[in-house]
Ligand binder design. Structure first.
Ligand SMILES: [Mg+2]
Length: 320
């Protein structure tokens, strides 16, 4: 049941986020009705963020909104999809400060506009537990062109966008870890989904995934789904200047931490070696770096500078 206060909140606060898109029916009906462009397929992604688990309440409402939206948009990017709209399911803790709530909705508006999304519907509730934010994103791709995890072929190159390990260091800095570079905080609080790269890689990449769990873990997802192995040259993995400086300062287990740290929201993808020049000449929103190759077998192997397998020390990752 929707109380009078919730009706008012939906009408005055969430209503404007529809940007008057016809599909939202003014948030006044039981569901949204969306036309899918001819020759296109819908791509749907859903993520839930829980306060205290996936975002830190003390970082503010804008960070919660940014992380909720961008982690979801990153999933569309990984599929090569163009964003269309989204549904939001918001559960507010009882007694939440209305200013925090309003700040969250304002930030959500900024975030949706950044990625070309409009609110199409959803639900709001209150909860005795922590706040949860569930966003369901809708995107579209031309029939049969979505990027999947399952298409890698032995012999393919392995590529990654941007730089790796920044978010885990940014979070460490937020949590007060000595030596963690503060200039990487925004890479954790406001990651950049690689939408342009995902769109450009349709028809070129044989598989793709966004890096949410960590480079090695997400590479393992491609390896498993594609039924092969990925070899990653550890010294080829692109690092930002602050991450490189942090690593060179000699943090124990540092490289493993960067390669297994989550939340970067870069794209990891495979492509035939014959497409190298084409990939390098793409005009993307981030650099792309070739870091390895797909081979017969299973799992993920890290190679040292001499091309021999190395062990990356980090809980959960033991390779040879
Ligand atoms: Mg993903």
């Amino acid at each position: 049941m929707v109380s009078g206060g919730e009706f008012d909140f939906i009408r005055t606060r969430l209503g404007p986020l529809t940007r008057n898109h016809a599909a939202a029916l003014g948030l006044r009906d039981d569901a949204a009705v969306l036309d899918v462009p001819a020759g296109q397929q819908l791509v749907l992604a859903c993520d839930t963020l829980v306060a205290g688990v996936h975002f830190r309440v003390d970082d503010g409402a804008a960070v919660a909104a940014a992380r909720a939206m961008r982690s979801n948009v990153s999933d569309l990017a990984a599929m090569g999809a163009q964003p269309l709209g989204y549904l939001s399911a918001l559960s507010w803790p009882r007694g939440i400060d209305p200013r925090w709530r309003d700040e969250f909705v304002a930030a959500l508006a900024d975030e949706q506009d950044r990625f070309g999304l409009v609110l199409l519907g959803g639900d709001t509730t209150s909860t005795p537990g922590p706040m949860t934010v569930t966003l369901t994103l809708l995107g579209c791709v031309t029939d049969g062109t979505s990027l999947l995890r399952s298409g890698a072929i032995a012999g393919d190159d392995v590529w990654v966008t941007g730089t790796i390990g920044d978010a885990v260091l940014g979070l460490a800095s937020l949590e007060g870890e000595t030596g963690a570079p503060a200039e990487l905080v925004s890479r954790y609080t406001h990651p950049t989904p690689r939408l342009a790269a995902g769109l450009a890689l349709r028809g070129i990449a044989t598989s793709a995934i966004d890096i949410s769990d960590g480079l090695l873990a997400d590479a393992a997802h491609i390896a498993e789904t594609s039924g092969l192995a990925l070899e990653i040259s550890a010294d080829r993995v692109p690092l930002s200047v602050p991450a490189r400086a942090w690593l060179d300062a000699g943090e124990e287990g540092g490289l493993g931490r960067l390669l297994s740290g989550g939340d970067d929201y870069e794209l990891l993808f495979t492509a035939p070696a014959s497409r190298r020049a084409e990939i390098e000449s793409l005009s993307l929103d981030a650099p792309v770096t070739r870091i390895g190759r797909a081979v017969a077998g299973e799992g993920v192997t890290c190679l040292g500078p001499d091309g021999q397998p190395v062990k990356i020390d980090r809980a959960g990752f033991t390779h040879f």
